[in-house]
Design a protein around this ligand. Structure first.
Ligand SMILES: [Mg+2]
Length: 256
């Protein structure tokens, strides 16, 4: 009888230890991992500081050089100066993907925090005589909330004249060209290669890599790149239009 009791106890604990823990929480996957990294990894913060530190050193050097025209710095906004990781985290945990409606619901709150290093860099660049242009693919109806969010952190030149939104065209080349008519564009800051040059716009992954190799000397000098693992052209280049994202990404990932 005693052995029988022991056997029952052993079976009970053996079963208990191998059973999965029941949970009602959805598993964290996909872009939420990237959002978590951007929110919690000190390494992400360090990379952002590294980028802006380098940008500051370049501005210091350039400020001693004479130019014929006034100088401007062209910067992207999302994941370059403002942090939208709570939006990505929330939509992913709710099992949703990006949509213009939920995006605008988020941006209308003007609740983004800043990307580490961005506020102090842009204030420093403005003090050194550089004009800042915010060239973003946010839309016109996001203008007021975007300015409010930038002004909340005292970003310089956060006004209607220097906020260049998208008219629906995600290619920023035309908007950069318009700025270049009046200014010498001394530096471009972004988290997406399309923030720098048309050479990267709507290209295949192989073409994007080849363009980066060809222009590698511009990174850290003219182009200042911020990390963003949540989304971007790197991801859309891997998923052809209309393709199933999961199977396209499984096909793209290397396992050896
Ligand atoms: Mg961006």
């Amino acid at each position: 009888m005693r052995y029988c009791y022991l056997l029952v106890v052993m079976v009970f604990f053996a079963c208990k230890s191998t059973q999965p823990v029941a949970t009602s929480q959805p598993s964290i996957g996909g872009p939420a991992w990237a959002a978590l990294w951007q929110q919690r990894a000190a390494e992400y913060r360090a990379l952002c500081f590294q980028a802006y530190q380098l940008a500051g050193e370049r501005v210091e050097v350039m400020s001693h050089q004479q130019t014929l025209r006034p100088r401007a710095i062209v910067t992207d906004i999302d994941e370059t100066v403002l942090d939208n990781s709570p939006y990505t985290a929330k939509t992913t945990l709710e099992g949703k993907t990006w949509s213009q409606a939920t995006w605008e619901e988020w941006t209308s709150k003007a609740a983004c925090d800043t990307v580490p290093g961005a506020p102090s860099f842009f204030k420093y660049a403005a003090e050194k005589g550089f004009t800042i242009y915010y060239v973003t693919n946010r839309l016109e109806n996001e203008r007021a909330a975007t300015l409010k969010n930038l002004q909340r952190y005292n970003f310089p030149f956060a006004d209607n004249e220097h906020l260049i939104l998208s008219n629906g065209n995600s290619n920023k080349e035309e908007r950069r060209d318009a700025i270049a008519k009046k200014y010498e564009i001394a530096m471009l800051v972004g988290d997406n290669l399309g923030d720098f040059s048309e050479d990267f716009y709507r290209k295949t992954p192989a073409e994007r890599n080849a363009a980066v190799e060809r222009l590698h000397e511009l990174f850290g000098t003219r182009f200042i790149m911020l990390p963003n693992a949540m989304y971007g052209d790197w991801l859309s280049a891997l998923v052809p239009k209309g393709a199933n994202a999961d199977s396209a990404l499984r096909k793209a990932i290397r396992t050896e």
